[in-house]
Design a protein around this ligand. Structure first.
Ligand SMILES: *Cc1c(COP(=O)(O)O)cnc(C)c1O
Length: 381
């Protein structure tokens, strides 16, 4: 089955009891049993819920995976994956990780004896100098937030395999429409469904997918034991959002390309970070492992001044100043004071997050209206 068909049909059958074409919202915590040990596969909704089962199977199909699990947030999925580890285990992760992932490693799991090494992974070989006999996991994101760095998934997996280390890929930015890390050798793929998969900024959810049966069983055990499962209403919204994922992603990519070129040609702008540019440092890898370059980008101003960046994010009218990304509507953000404010200035500037850096999540509005909005907002420079 091709992607567009899977988005709409994979794992989804008309409801057997009524024929309802759309998956019903099974708003129930518990299920009648026909006798001790006799039930229809559902006992309690933390463990299994029919709306969630359909979503999990649909997401697994989109990532060419055997198993999918959903969570009440992206961080719920990430928490579950890290709980595969034991005290004394070590992780190697990319240094420009999503802020929440950096926080859970350093502020939560370090206290439980799990050590995470953070390093730039422009070249896969960069992970090798942090690998020792305790290393059990490599954690990458690609493209990264907010610098849109690209990591060679296949290259990282090849090195990790040599040492029998599991590779986790946070595929939130690319979505399964643009990139399938399991096909490139990854062991676990995680998503913030809150972003492109949901796509309408109306829910918070996470997911993970795997191929390995034992790994799936361990993760489902942690999911049920720790309990960060989503409600059926949110599962319904995610299923509804996913039905248009391919159309939305095509529109994000198209608008992304137009806006990236507009910004690059604007005299007030210094650098534009977008993996679709031929001179992006890892463009060739993006072109190999992705089917499009997406609508996420960041840019800096020739005059690198905080007050100029502040003025731009206040001047725009269509772009909303907000956290998050991946919805149909365009959003603008200022990493240095928003998502990355907790990182000391010196540290964040090392990875390129300077005071004038602005991040865009380009939506699917008319591209001319979006460029006009940015042109007006930049007009004072
Ligand atoms: C938002 C995000 C998360 C966390 O997901 P939540 O749904 O907010 O818990 C993890 N990784 C990336 C790349 C994200 O953008």
């Amino acid at each position: 089955m091709k992607f567009a068909t899977k988005a709409i049909h994979a794992g989804i059958e008309p409801d057997p009891s009524t024929g309802a074409v759309m998956t019903p919202i099974f708003q129930t915590s518990t299920y009648a049993q026909q006798g001790i040990g006799k039930h229809k596969g559902y006992e309690y909704s933390r463990t299994h819920n029919p709306t969630r089962t359909v979503l999990q199977n649909n997401l697994a199909a989109l990532e060419n995976a055997k198993h999918g699990l959903c969570f009440s947030s992206g961080m719920g999925a990430i928490d579950t994956i890290i709980k595969l580890l034991n005290p004394g285990d070590e992780v190697v992760a990319t240094n420009d990780l999503y802020g929440g992932t950096y926080r859970i490693f350093t502020k939560i799991f370090e206290r439980y004896g799990i050590k995470c090494h953070f390093t730039p992974i422009q070249e896969p070989a960069a992970i090798e100098k942090f690998i020792n006999s305790n290393t059990k996991m490599v954690w990458i994101e690609t493209p990264t937030n907010p610098m849109l760095n690209i990591i060679d998934i296949e290259g990282v997996c090849k090195i990790a395999k040599k040492y029998q280390i599991k590779v986790v890929v946070d595929n939130t930015f690319a979505t399964p429409y643009l990139q399938n890390p399991l096909d490139l050798g990854a062991d676990i793929v995680t998503h913030s469904v809150t972003k492109y998969l949901g796509g309408h900024s109306d829910l918070v959810m996470g997911a993970l997918v795997v191929n390995d049966d034992d790994l799936a069983e361990q993760l489902a055990f942690i999911q049920n034991s720790c309990g960060a499962t989503p409600g059926p209403q949110d599962c319904f919204l995610a299923l509804r959002g996913i039905k248009t994922l391919h159309l939305r992603m095509d529109a994000h990519c198209k608008n992304g390309e137009i806006i990236a070129h507009f910004l690059r040609n604007h005299p007030a702008i210094d650098k534009v970070y977008w993996p679709g540019f031929a001179d992006h440092p890892n463009h060739h890898i993006a072109a190999q492992q992705m089917r499009g370059f997406g609508g996420m980008m960041s840019f800096t101003l020739r005059e690198n001044r905080l007050e100029n960046a502040m003025k731009i994010v206040e001047n725009v009218k269509l772009f909303q100043l907000a956290e998050s990304l991946g919805g149909v509507e365009s959003l603008i953000g200022h990493p240095a004071t928003m998502t990355h404010a907790s990182i000391p200035k010196e540290e964040r500037e090392k990875s390129g997050i300077v005071d004038s850096l602005i991040r865009l999540s380009v939506g699917i509005e008319d591209a001319e209206d979006l460029t006009e909005d940015l042109r007006n907002a930049l007009g004072f420079l």
